[in-house]
Design a protein around this ligand. Structure first.
Ligand SMILES: Cc1cc2nc3c(=O)[nH]c(=O)nc-3n(C[C@H](O)[C@H](O)[C@H](O)COP(=O)(O)OP(=O)(O)OC[C@H]3O[C@@H](n4cnc5c(N)ncnc54)[C@H](O)[C@@H]3O)c2cc1C
Length: 429
């Protein structure tokens, strides 16, 4: 078959690779100038680096299998991560159960309750029940109001902005489950996976395989129209030109498909419009030296403009960036006024608060700053999410949707993008 894939992110590339392996003719249209989507990279010093911070967990079996299949296993490193929670002007270690026991911001009983909740998450199999409760209410019910107000409330707020009170219990359950499971033999140590030379090498390899198999990729080629023909084939329009295909897989956010000129039903469009996303602003600082010894710092403060501080080079040491790499990340509504602030304003605001966190931080240690924005960064997983999810098979015959928002009850991530890519390829051909 002659198959078109819209989007050269992880899902699109994995689906293309699977279809090429089966002998199909594959063409990918990608809106941007390069592939990788949210996992795309840029060059810093002599090295590639993700524009948005990325790592994988030990339980991410689908992506580990793919890395192996592509002969890249020797490039996958398992590194010890040190995590922290920033609360009340202090950085608390937050990697192990012992760290939680020593966490003075909560009473002893609250610490035990919070620990039990995270522990219990691993054993919950009937996640559907959690669709009926918000993350907020689930935490308050199990660990108390103070645990929510001090720790999880601010974190949920900075991830979901104005929608934080609506987030389903399934979302936070998943986070507890995932984070608790990425450990080696020692439960006090968290191990995270990263590839030598960035995850970009995985996506470059997929592109190489797709091309070897006769597939084509067109960059700077946003698709804006998909029209079914009498013979059930589909015409795909990009840059004013059209090509004809037997099947089309769209891997963009549902909201992007909804904006395309496609004869979808009213019911399906309603589902597409209900699947909302948060945007992300991510600032990369190239610094002279480190800020702390932590890799991952979650900021439990509602007044802060960023929610995460990630000192990448505290995890990935000895890479060739020539600088210490720090990401500052903020999720927010596209309508939030911060999203339309200029890069200079964002930089000023973020650095002002960085100085509050680290009073000794000297601006002269900044070598370079890079600011990126992603319109569709995090699906908003509300209560009863399974009921609003658009089906992969759209009402237009031979047109399929495989988007990050359909990953459920798990949350987005490269591992699930790989799973989704394989799943949609199986469905199509
Ligand atoms: C800040 C941030 C941090 C993250 N951290 C991690 C992490 O630590 N670990 C992890 O595993 N995952 C992480 N992720 C998630 C991971 O990046 C995604 O799950 C994965 O990359 C999604 O791939 P995708 O192909 O489904 O979607 P996308 O990457 O969004 O790909 C969709 C592609 O479609 C293209 N496109 C859009 N519109 C059109 C159009 N009209 N025509 C043609 N092409 C179009 C886009 O340009 C894009 O390339 C993170 C994401 C973000 C935003």
């Amino acid at each position: 078959m002659n198959i078109c894939i819209v989007g050269a992110g992880a899902t699109g590339l994995v689906a293309a690779n699977e279809l090429v392996k089966k002998g199909h003719k594959v063409t990918i249209f990608e809106a941007e100038e390069s592939h990788g989507g949210l996992a795309k990279t840029m060059t810093i010093g002599n090295e590639k680096l993700e524009v948005y911070y990325h790592h994988i967990f030990t339980g991410d079996t689908e992506i580990i299998k793919l890395i192996d299949e592509l002969g890249l296993s020797s490039e996958l490193m398992w590194l010890e991560s040190k995590n922290s929670l920033y609360i009340n002007q202090k950085l608390y270690p937050f990697t192990s159960p012992v760290d939680l026991l020593l966490f003075k911001e909560l009473s002893f009983v609250e610490r035990i309750k919070m620990g039990m909740l995270v522990f219990k998450a691993k054993f919950i199999k009937h996640w559907k029940n959690l669709e009926n409760i918000t993350s907020k209410d689930w935490i308050i019910k199990n660990a108390g109001n103070n645990v929510y107000e001090k720790v999880w409330g601010p974190l949920l707020n900075s991830k979901f902005d104005c929608d934080s009170d609506k987030i389903s219990g399934t979302w936070i359950w998943n986070k507890f489950k995932l984070r608790g499971s990425t450990r080696g033999k020692n439960i006090n140590k968290e191990l995270l996976g990263y590839m030598k030379g960035s995850f970009g090498i995985l996506y470059d390899k997929l592109v190489e395989k797709i091309k070897e198999g006769g597939g084509k990729i067109y960059y700077s080629s946003a698709v804006d129209r998909i029209q079914p023909q009498e013979d059930k084939t589909l015409n795909v329009y990009s840059n004013g030109k059209s090509c004809n295909f037997d099947r089309v897989i769209v891997t963009t956010a549902p909201g992007i498909l909804n904006k395309m000129d496609v004869p979808l039903t009213k019911e399906y469009r309603e589902k597409l419009s209900k699947t909302k996303y948060k945007a992300n602003i991510c600032m990369i600082l190239e610094l002279d030296g480190k800020l702390s010894d932590y890799y991952w710092v979650a900021i439990a403060r509602k007044d802060f403009p960023f929610v995460l501080l990630i000192e990448h080079t505290n995890l990935v040491k000895d890479a060739g960036y020539g600088s210490h790499i720090v990401y500052l990340s903020r999720y927010l509504d596209q309508k939030n006024k911060m999203y339309s602030m200029s890069d200079e304003e964002i930089q000023r605001e973020f650095i002002k608060y960085l100085k509050i966190m680290f009073p000794n931080f000297d601006k002269s240690s900044i070598k370079r700053v890079h600011i990126n924005r992603a319109d569709y960064a995090q699906p908003v997983v509300v209560q009863q999410y399974s009921k609003i999810l658009p089906e992969m098979k759209t009402p237009v015959e031979n047109l399929f949707l495989a988007s990050m928002a359909q990953i459920y009850p798990e949350d987005r991530g490269q591992n699930y993008a790989v799973r989704l890519g394989i799943q949609v390829a199986d469905m199509v051909g």
